[in-house]
Design a protein around this ligand. Sequence first.
Ligand code: NCD
Length: 310
Amino acid sequence: MTTRRRHLLELASLEAGEITELLDVAESFQDITHRRIKKVPALRGMTVVLLFLEASTRTRTSFELAAKRLSADTLSVSGGTSSVVKGETLVDTARNLAAMSPDIVVLRHKHSGSPHLLARSIDASIVNAGDGGHEHPTQGLLDALTIRRHKGRIEGQRVAIIGDIAHSRVARSNIAALSKLGAEVTVCGPPTMLPHGVEALGCRATSDRDAAIRGADVVMMLRIQKERMTEELFPSDREYALRFGLDRAALGLAKPDVLVMHPGPINRGVELAPDVADGPESVILEQVANGIIVRMAVLYHCAGGAGGDT
Ligand code: NCD
C-alpha cells in the first residue's frame, strides 16, 4: 500500500494556508459552471467511488457532479442497496471496492473516524463526506467560501452557529475552518446540546440565543439531529423554536448585512422560520452551489492537482 495518497479527512488538522488554498482553487473552478460545456479533463481516466452509507441529498449529488465536471468516472454505492445491509464490514466493503482500483473514495458513514480507518486500510485517496458527529470537511470549506465571497474576508467576522452543536459534524468543521481563518465563532444551543469543553475547539459557547446573534455578521443555523440522540434533549419542537429558532425578530439583533446560512436539510418552523429561510439574508442555496466547486477543488487536490500533502 502506498502512503503518499492525499486525503481530506478533517479540517481540524489543516493549516489556515491549506484551507485558503483549497478555497482559492474552488474559486478558479467557478467559471466552468458558467460555460455551456461544464467539463474539464483534469480527472480524465480516474475513478471516484461515492460510498454513501448514510442518508444524503446535497453532499452526494454535488460530489457526483463535481467528479463528472472534472471528467472522472464515478461509481455510486449507497447504504440500502449495498452488501452492508447483509452485514459486511466497512473495511471488507472498501477492500472489495479497492480491488477495482479506484483513485478516490468519498465516504459518508455514521461512525466517527471511519474515513481515517479507510485511509489506513486501502490504497486510494479518501475524502470524508461526513463521519458521524465528527467532521464534514467539505461542508466547512463551502461555508467558509460562501462567507468569503460575500464579506471579502473571513478574518474578524462574527459568526454565530446555533443548534444541536453536540451532534453536529458541520459545527465541528466550521469551528475548525473559521477559527483558523480568524473569525470570532460563538456556538449556541440548549445546555444539553452544547458539548462540555467545546471552547477548546476555538469558539465561545452560550445558551443565550439573543446574545449569540447580537452584532453577528453570519448566523448559521443547524438541524436538530434526532437520529443521533439516544434520549430526549429538549421538551418539544415548539419550545425549541421559541428559544433557539431564528425568526425575523431575533435576526433583527444581528448586523444589517447579516448572512443566514444552513447546511440543509432544514426543519422549517423549528430552527428556521420559513420567511427567514427564504428571505433576502439567506444564502442557503448559494451554499449548495458553492458545494460543487469546493468538491471539485478537493477531488482535484486529492488527485494530485494542487498544493502540499494534507
Ligand atoms: C448535514 C450533514 O449531513 O451533516 N447536511 C449536509 O451534509 N448538507 C447536516 C444535517 O444533516 O443536518
